[in-house]
Design a protein around this ligand. Sequence first.
Ligand code: HAM
Length: 400
Amino acid sequence: MIKALRGMKDTLPPQNDKYIYFIEKTTEIVKRYGFEFIETPLLEDTSLFKRSVGESSDIVGKEMYQFTDKGGNDVCLRPEGTAGVVRSFVEHKFDRAGGIYRFFYHGPMFRYERPQKGRLRQFHQFGIESFGVDSYLEDVTMIVMLKNILDVFEINYELKINSLGCQVCMPPFREKLVAFLDKTEGLCEDCLRRKETNPIRVFDCKNQNCQLLLKPAPRLNQNFCNECDESFTQILKMLDSLDISYEVDENLVRGLDYYNKTAFEFVSGDLGAQNAVAGGGRYDRLVEFLEGRETPAIGFAIGIERLLEMIEVPKSQRSGFYFGALCEEAIEITYKEADKKRVSNRVTMGYSVRNLKAHLKAADKANARFCAIIGEDELKNGVIWIKDLVEKNEVKEPIE
Ligand code: HAM
């Protein structure tokens, strides 16, 4: 038997009602904030991810579904959504037109990680990207919107936030950090690699020994430039005034290289070891890295599978009609009536002749509100028998 690949899952009914429920509710919310739908291809040029997510990241370094296609192109299944949206933004010259653009998307992402609870090789994200606004209030809005989404689904979460500095304060800080790391013995191999490629990622190391060794390391938030200091303080002040609780987590550096300034994650104690339900941040340089005009930008993505783990869908109410025929001669007219009703109702039909009990059972299974039946008597009298499966009453109505 051929089975789905490791780390890849079918989503089957009835559980995937949850998926649709989540997409519909979340779409409704993000549209209220002015976001519009965008869709980009699942397959992109590999260099896109190397230049954006970054060669030093685990995603690009270890986890890409990368291959050469029949035309000899080096391509890659997208490991995340931001890079493709920025590529599209530049390709379609939104950066040249100027102004503000707000996009949302959802769909599958691919990372060749070791599968475990909450970690798949094909998973789904609902993502948001906002271009053209550098006000700290956009950062606040991202967090408020994400909080509102998680609240609608009654998720327990904690918000972790940090700032990663900018092109003014980051380079001198990086030098200080590298000087510290050069003096520090006993770092793990990953940290030694990070020291060469993207030193601040050492703070993300899960190795206990590295965490101890890094305790006396210089910290970015003590080395901010005035602008970064001021905007981070303003964001925290606004969150305070909105009564949104958060923890400033100095170790939160995110696993993708394109971030600067604000970075945040929502984690939930109701998940296992993979507890990040959503994450995001600012990436003011990325449009430029991909050869566009400098454009401030910020976004986040929700891990849909992780979120669905934690939500209940309100049980769907009975709705619409089930149609069935009791004799061969009634099938054609039953079919036609079902088809007419479908213009404005949810309708299913049992195609074969069955007795009343079997049709009622099928109507129940189809979660229909009404069971509509035509048999020999009904044909003769030009009527249709209808039972309301909620109120339990029944009527005969003229077919026309
Ligand atoms: P990310 O933190 O890599 O960010 O992923 C966002 C969310 O996707 C995570 O918080 C997690 O819930 C989910 N996720 C990631 N990997 C897996 C996996 N292997 N299995 C299941 N769920 C997973 C990004 O991808 C950025 N593009 C977010 C962003 C948008 N930043 C700015 N704009």
